[in-house]
Ligand binder design. Structure first.
Ligand SMILES: O=C(O)C(=O)C[C@]1(C(=O)O)C=C[C@@H](O)C=C1
Length: 84
């Protein structure tokens, strides 16, 4: 396949991920509001550990775990930043 075609594939995936990112951040904002209303801290370390453990089990390609772990940790960092 040509480089252009591979790049088109990446572009399509990026658009889908962007849409999901927007949706995740919107839900994160709702969680942030709930937490504020109930005087709860933004950081929930046990929830983050639960997410990481679950995703590690769910990931099909184990080889990708270190990369996915960095990715989801960064997503959660941005989520917390957005809740502030
Ligand atoms: O589940 C929550 O309590 C959230 O605020 C969402 C979220 C996340 O982005 O996944 C963000 C911050 C918490 O530390 C844990 C998880």
């Amino acid at each position: 396949m040509s480089l252009e075609k591979y790049r088109k594939m990446i572009e399509d995936i990026d658009i889908k991920m962007m849409d999901l990112f927007e949706k995740r951040m919107q839900v994160s904002l709702l969680i942030g509001k709930y937490k504020k209303d109930h005087q709860l801290p933004i950081l929930d370390n046990s929830r983050e550990i639960e997410i990481l453990n679950k995703r590690k089990q769910q990931l099909n390609n184990d080889e990708l775990w270190p990369h996915y772990e960095s990715f989801i940790k960064e997503i959660m960092r941005l989520s917390k930043e957005y809740q502030k």
